[in-house]
Write a protein that binds this ligand. Structure first.
Ligand SMILES: [Zn+2]
Length: 110
């Protein structure tokens, strides 16, 4: 995948994410008069909304970082070890910052 293709895909991901984030931010469930039994359900909806917002916000940051790597001419190189990130991985996740080994090492650390 060349940089121009990657940039195009990342930019379309970015506008998609911006749209989702806008919807999620505006989409907090409205608080109506509810019985105590319903209060748990409201909280769960709000939690789920917040969790989705967190994921979208994190992904948006990765996309922005990937766009910056294109600008710097480092796109497609693992940010940890500098090895090239496999083409197939970038196809699936154009915002991927790490090769498979470094990513799994990082996820194990969490
Ligand atoms: Zn690596």
């Amino acid at each position: 995948m060349n940089d121009a293709t990657a940039r195009m895909r990342l930019e379309s991901m970015l506008s998609e994410l911006d749209r989702s984030i806008g919807i999620l931010r505006g989409g907090q469930p409205a608080f109506h008069e509810r019985s105590a039994a319903d209060a748990g359900a409201v909280l769960t909806d709000a939690d789920r909304n917040q969790a989705m917002l967190d994921v979208a916000t994190r992904q948006r940051r990765s996309v922005l970082e990937a766009l910056k790597r294109i600008d710097d001419g480092r796109y497609g190189l693992c940010v940890d070890c500098g090895a090239s990130v496999p083409e197939g991985r970038l196809e699936a996740r154009p915002e991927a910052a790490r090769c498979v080994q470094c990513q799994s090492r990082r996820e194990r650390r969490r």
